[in-house]
Design a protein around this ligand. Structure first.
Ligand code: FPP
Ligand code: MG
Ligand code: MG
Length: 384
């Protein structure tokens, strides 16, 4: 897209803010234990795509120009968002003792950003960093669960440091993300991001143990795709949607703008993961920087295979035994290749990307709105 005659590059629009992101994240992750310090910061040294921070920053700027409304007195809770497998919020086990002062942590977010007059608020920038911390924590844990050997073209943390340290480093990131989140002093935003962490685990559990599948008699039903999409929302779109929502909340936006930000994030997040699941079939490990074709090896039936299965009941047997039989993975790959599963996955992803763009169509025209729209285009074009 073009704005005022200039083509829009989302990275450039918030380039100044992104420049400080890695440094600030490294500050948030400082530990007095040298080994923990190293493992916790390990993925911050590789070039990530910074999709989530980028979206938070663009959303913050794009909503800054919308008409503002007072924050309602009765605050809607995170559970009003479709989140069917979460129980009603029971904030159990909140440690009653006062939190310990942490001398190693970063300065408060106001003082970290006080010299800047940008329309993006200090709290919104900190939120961008928090989303990357939570995402990175999930990658540390994910690579252990998936027994993955590579991430961003380097050995994964579990390979470099072992499973124990990778898991603990992920927990440490979540702890520091929680401290930074608490310092935003916004209960609704804290609730949203805490729900994201729970959702990541729920999504991973749905993937680990498919309760919509009868393993003794695997058949394609209408539940097959909706289960997959719910899992996809929880493991990928929840972080993107709720952090877009949180960015709008921190900017004191009206409820309809907050809702639009959430809808944008939800739809883009679903498109993003559908493309991810497609790339696992269509791209090489070399260009992905992580193992390709990993999903079938892990026993996972993602969208391309589910669409192929719908038209070819033969695949049910392989799904039921998680592609563990001799030659199963290769046979599944061939059957997907001969089906229209990849095209259908792409079409579904495109639907979601279009819905994301539509969700923000009533935002006032701005460079950052064009940036958000360009993110929809880039999501569909990405190769890694
Ligand atoms: C990547 O998916 C993984 C996720 C998007 C979420 C993983 C979530 C957990 C491991 C739950 C526990 C973690 C936290 C922090 C609460 P993928 O394996 O399909 O993608 P990949 O190809 O990048 O490995
Ligand atoms: Mg993985
Ligand atoms: Mg995984």
């Amino acid at each position: 897209p073009r704005f005022a005659g200039v083509s829009v590059d989302p990275l450039r629009i918030v380039g100044k803010e992104l420049k400080f992101l890695t440094k600030n994240i490294q500050q948030l992750l400082g530990s007095g234990h040298p080994m923990l310090d190293t493992v916790a910061k390990y993925y911050t040294h590789s070039e990530g795509k910074y999709v989530r921070p980028l979206l938070v920053l663009l959303m913050s700027r794009a909503t800054a120009l919308t008409p503002k409304a007072a924050r309602p007195l009765s605050i809607p809770t995170a559970s009003t968002i479709d989140d069917p497998i979460s129980p009603p919020e029971v904030l159990s086990d909140v440690n009653p003792s006062s939190p310990s002062i942490d001398p190693l942590s970063a300065p408060s977010f106001e003082s970290a950003y006080n010299s800047d007059s940008s329309d993006i608020l200090p709290a919104q920038r900190r939120l961008a960093e928090i989303t990357e911390l939570i995402h990175t924590a999930s990658l540390l844990h994910d690579d252990v669960i998936d027994d993955s050997i590579a991430r961003r073209s380097s050995p994964s943390a579990n390979v470099s440091f072992g499973n124990k340290m990778a898991v603990l480093a992920g927990d440490f990131l979540l702890g520091r993300a929680s401290v930074a989140l608490a310092r935003l002093r916004d209960a609704e935003v804290i609730e949203l991001l805490a729900t994201v962490i729970a959702n990541l685990v729920e999504g991973e559990f749905m993937q680990l143990k498919n309760t919509a599948l009868d393993e003794t008699n695997p058949t394609w039903t209408e539940d097959t795709l909706s289960y997959y999409l719910q899992k996809t929302y929880l493991k990928s779109a929840s972080l993107i949607s709720k952090s877009c929502r949180a960015a709008a909340l921190l900017g004191h936006n009206s409820p309809d703008v907050v809702e639009a930000a959430y809808s944008y994030g939800r739809n883009l997040g679903l498109a993003f993961q559908l493309v991810d699941d497609m790339l696992d079939y269509t791209t090489t490990s070399e260009s992905l920087g992580k193992p390709a074709g990993a999903d079938l090896e892990l026993g996972l039936a993602t969208a391309p295979l589910l669409f192929a299965w719908k038209d070819n009941q033969q695949l049910g047997v392989l799904v039921g035994r998680k592609f563990a039989g001799d030659g199963d993975v290769q046979m599944a790959r061939d059957l997907v290749a001969r089906s229209d599963g990849l095209e259908q996955t792409r079409a579904l992803a495109q639907d979601y990307a279009d819905k994301a763009a539509y969700a923000i169509s009533r935002f006032p025209d701005s460079e950052s709105k064009e940036g958000l729209l360009e993110m929809c285009v880039k999501t569909m074009k990405r190769r890694k």
